[in-house]
Design a protein around this ligand. Structure first.
Ligand SMILES: Cc1ncc(COP(=O)(O)O)c(C=O)c1O
Length: 329
């Protein structure tokens, strides 16, 4: 197989997870239409179970593990964010145990949420190496299978179901915009959407200060962020990985980078005008569509920037409410 995930895998994922996930609304916004001059559609994955699209990939991985490897009785991951919560609930629904290795400085609300979904939290020092080592130790001790947040092929296939749903809900969508971190979300969507509609354009949104995807696409060589970025869009602080890179390289048409202030403003706009509780990583995708770079991108990809049917993936709504004042400043 050319890539670690293909359209058949996404279709199988859809059949597998359908009874467990919300087919989230594809909403319109008059405000965004007027501000952008396009027909904007919001795929509201902030309303997905566990508050983000991550539940799709986690549920697919857990169900597939249960049916294909019955000897495995628990899962482990090292995500402190949305994937940790998603895997905790997915494992519970699939009758599997779950360990989530989380840094000892994680917000209390995140720890509570992971425990609330029934997983066991294993605390570690707050570094990438300690997290990975923690996950390896838990795997060895409890026989738990590791499920990567963005590089596991079943996770990528699950995220791709968003692409299928968007085109079922509106076959006239011409462009899909989604935030990129490890690349599981956008590569799954690109795989599914381009299989159904080869001419559709897929645009990644990335913070200027975490622009590994932009740099990788420009050079044609996978290039990680030099240091761990402090962007407010905390879901995309990780770099594109080895499994997702070939799909990002070949199927993603453009990458738009935006400033931190633009991410904040777009997040506030969604709260105030769209009445959607979204997290900054979702605001990032809105910010990309609001930026001048979006018109330039459409001119490059479609020949002009005439009114276009644009779907924005509102990837999550998990905000730490104690951090809101920082967002408003
Ligand atoms: C809300 C949200 N959006 C987007 C992403 C990026 O997804 P990926 O790492 O698959 O690119 C994440 C990852 O944690 C996330 O939590």
């Amino acid at each position: 197989m050319k890539y670690c995930c293909n359209a058949n895998a996404v279709r199988s994922a859809m059949a597998r997870i359908r009874p467990h996930v919300h087919n989230t609304p594809l909403m319109t916004s008059q405000t965004l239409n007027e501000m952008t001059g396009h027909n904007v559609f919001l795929k509201t994955e902030n309303l997905q179970k566990t508050g983000s699209f991550k539940f799709r990939g986690a549920m697919n991985a857990a169900l597939k593990m249960k049916s294909e490897r019955p000897e495995v009785d628990c899962l482990v991951t090292d995500s402190s964010g949305n994937h940790g919560q998603a895997l905790a609930l997915a494992a519970k629904k699939a009758n599997l145990g779950c360990y989530v290795v989380m840094p000892n400085n994680s917000a209390e609300c995140k720890l509570e949420s992971v425990r609330g979904y029934g997983a066991t939290v294993v605390s570690c020092e707050p570094s990438e190496i300690d997290r990975q080592e923690g996950a390896r130790e838990v795997g060895a001790k409890h026989g738990a299978e590791y499920v990567s947040a963005s590089q596991n092929p079943d996770v990528i296939a699950g995220q791709g179901t968003i692409g299928l749903e968007i085109l079922q809900q509106n076959p006239n969508i011409e462009v899909i915009v989604a935030s990129v971190g490890g690349g599981g979300l956008i590569s799954g969507i690109a795989t599914a959407a381009k299989d159904l509609k080869p001419e559709i354009k897929i645009i990644a949104a990335e913070p200027e200060i975490a622009n590994d995807c932009f740099l990788s696409k420009r050079s044609g060589v996978l290039t990680a962020n030099a240091t761990f970025p402090t962007t407010i869009a905390d879901g995309v602080r990780v770099s594109v990985g080895e499994n997702t890179w070939p799909m990002v390289r070949d199927l993603v048409d453009d990458v738009i980078t935006v400033q931190e202030d633009e991410i904040k403003a777009a997040t506030l706009l969604a709260w105030q005008r769209c009445k959607l509780v979204i997290e900054p990583t979702a605001g990032l995708a809105i910010a990309a569509v609001l930026s001048d770079k979006f018109s330039d991108s459409l001119k490059r990809l479609l020949g002009d920037d005439k009114p276009t049917n644009v779907a924005i993936v509102i990837c999550g709504g998990n905000i730490d409410f104690s951090a809101i004042p920082k967002l408003l400043l």
